[in-house]
Design a protein around this ligand. Structure first.
Ligand code: NAD
Ligand code: TYD
Length: 358
């Protein structure tokens, strides 16, 4: 068993997004000595309001910038004596990748390569020792399962969407940097996350948002595709565990042991919202609309998370029933957040708060 790594200064990329902001909010509280530097380009998916509780924390710094900007990455690593990189920044939505793959290659493949290369050059200078790089990846790189079986860390990569192909390309670069240069990188591959602050283009927040606005609930194909669902808080804790105790060169799958057919999730969210909004059961279900299937729609994802449980002692703590209930409550209490991210008004917030302050 290797000794625990206690990072002092963590560069988080994409920390204004859904998972990155959840990770930073908790990591900075759970680790009272750690500094966090958040490098985020603030695309449509990035929202600094997700981090409003810590924006004045002396151990937190936000930098608006692009992971493809090698000079910026290099200067941040040295200036902040970074000893760990946790790389979330990405284009993350499959449907958008089908409409326009190019940006996914730029951000997810080229961006990762720039980050790896600048981190490697910095690591070689031995300004800090040890140094760790965590690549936050996805189970989608493994392609699709049939009705049976699970993805293990040994499952061959067989990505089917431009999104997952770009993530797989990035994962292979991470592997190559470890194999070729001995660069101390670790890759994690998680299942579908849900929880607070998720942009309402992904299934769970889209359902909640559309029910509240009385809009149709689009179900792709027959609704029988299966995903494994992981609460974002469980994911954040898993990443902290991997950062501190994971072995370099390894891949760790992170799953929720929680498989659901899409249509069952749609019905669950409808029923819960009917109850919470005092509507007759079945009211929200009437919004369900089966639509043309997503091209190349993977049938099933399911993760075997035995490695991270046996080797690092992590397992999910949320039940889906509790997690989804809590998530719906968060969206009900934060409708202003949804309105802002969907209208682009949060950009005004950013300008008021940060422009001219850098
Ligand atoms: P997200 O889309 O909510 O956030 C992505 C963040 O990256 C945004 O804040 C955006 O501004 C930032 N960003 C985009 N391009 C950038 C660039 N060039 N430079 C700097 N910042 C940039 O994504 P998410 O759902 O939080 O996912 C985070 C990571 O986890 C991604 O790498 C994704 O592939 C992976 N992942 C997500 C899920 C999921 O269910 N959401 C599942 C598995 C893996
Ligand atoms: P999504 O949240 O986009 O995540 P991913 O494609 O990365 O798994 O979609 C989750 C599942 O829900 C996926 O099988 C596609 C399906 N889906 C719909 O049926 N309707 C929708 O409007 C969306 C966004 C997704």
């Amino acid at each position: 068993m290797s000794t625990t790594f206690n990072p002092q200064a963590v560069l988080v990329t994409g920390g204004a997004g859904f998972i990155g902001s959840n990770f930073i909010n908790h990591f900075i509280k759970d680790h009272p000595d750690v500094r966090v530097i958040n490098l985020d380009l603030l695309t449509y998916a990035g929202n600094l309001e997700n981090l409003s509780h810590i924006e004045n924390n002396a151990r937190y710094r936000f930098v608006k910038g692009d992971i493809c900007d090698a000079g910026l990455v290099a200067s941040l690593l040295e200036e902040e004596t970074i000893d760990a990189v946790v790389h979330f920044a990405a284009e993350s939505h499959v449907d958008r990748s089908i409409l326009g793959p190019e940006l996914f290659v730029r951000t997810n493949v080229l961006g990762t390569q720039v980050l790896l290369e600048e981190s490697r050059k910095y690591w070689l200078k031995k300004i800090v020792d040890p140094f760790r790089y965590i690549q936050v990846s996805t189970d989608e790189v493994y392609g699709s399962l049939g009705k049976n079986g699970f993805f293990t860390e040994e499952t061959p990569l067989a990505a089917n969407s431009p999104y997952s192909a770009s993530k797989a390309g990035a994962d292979l670069l991470v592997r190559a940097y470890h194999e070729t240069y001995g660069f101390p990188a670790i890759t994690t591959r998680c299942s579908n996350n849900y929880g607070p602050c998720q942009f309402p283009e992904k299934l769970v927040p889209l359902l909640i948002h559309n029910i509240l606005s009385g809009k149709p609930l689009p179900v792709y194909g027959d609704g029988k595709n299966i995903r494994d669902w992981l609460h974002v808080r469980d994911h954040s804790l898993a990443l902290a565990t991997v950062l501190k105790n994971g072995a370099t060169g390894e891949v760790y799958n992170i799953g929720g042991n929680n498989e659901w057919q899409n249509i069952d999730i749609v019905n669950l969210v409808c029923n819960l919202l009917d109850r919470k909004l005092d509507k007759a059961q079945g009211t929200s279900n009437s919004l369900i609309t089966f639509v043309k299937d997503r091209p190349g729609h993977d049938l099933r994802y399911a993760i075997d998370a035995a490695k991270i449980k046996c080797q690092l002692g992590w397992e999910p703590s949320y039940t889906f029933e509790n997690g989804i209930d809590e998530t719906i409550d968060w969206y009900l209490a934060n409708q202003e957040w949804v309105n802002k991210v969907t209208s682009g008004a949060y950009l005004d917030y950013y300008r008021n708060m940060y422009e001219g302050r850098e």
